[in-house]
Design a protein around this ligand. Structure first.
Ligand SMILES: [Fe+2]
Ligand SMILES: [Fe+2]
Length: 162
């Protein structure tokens, strides 16, 4: 990962990066071939890429809230098969569970980060709509990362059938 991304993720997300929750996130599969931990870092990086691009056109964003939100957005999904009865239930409930975990990991979690996490599934999962630019950024980065994982998987399947 480029140094600028790494620096911002470490500057604003050090408590989360050090947490047991994020360490466990590397043990749970996500989007078929990836893990929650890898997906989390891809979402944080994609979110920052959008922030940096917006800065170039003089649109400022709260990078700290974005990093904290992106790093915590899916932590509630950990242990999903024990916690939730179905994928549908997981999709609806994990954002609120992620907010709860984020509040434990980050002292004085900004409300903007809590909203980023709680609303990231929009328009799926009966989620409330984003209420800030930062919310939109992480929600879009999450979809981008998920689609990229699916496309990667498609190519893996293609390769395996040769
Ligand atoms: Fe999610
Ligand atoms: Fe996600």
């Amino acid at each position: 990962m480029k140094r600028r991304y790494k620096n911002d993720i470490e500057r604003y997300g050090s408590d989360i990066l050090k947490s047991e929750e994020l360490q466990h996130a590397y043990d749970q599969t996500h989007h078929t071939w990836s893990t929650v931990g890898e997906h989390t870092l891809r979402v944080a990086a994609a979110s920052l890429a959008i922030c940096y691009a917006l800065r170039k056109i003089h649109v400022s964003t709260d990078t700290s809230a974005v990093v904290k939100g992106a790093l915590c957005h899916d932590l509630g999904i950990l242990g999903r098969y024990e916690k939730y009865k179905s994928n549908k239930e997981c999709s609806r409930r994990h954002p609120a569970d992620s907010v709860e975990i984020a509040r434990k990991l980050v002292e004085d979690l900004p409300e903007k980060s809590a909203d980023i996490i709680g609303r990231h599934m929009w328009p799926a999962g009966h989620s409330k709509a984003p209420n800030s630019l930062e919310c939109v950024i992480v929600s879009v980065a999450d979809k981008y990362a998920a689609i990229k994982d699916k496309v990667h998987d498609l190519f893996r399947e293609d390769n395996s059938s040769d």
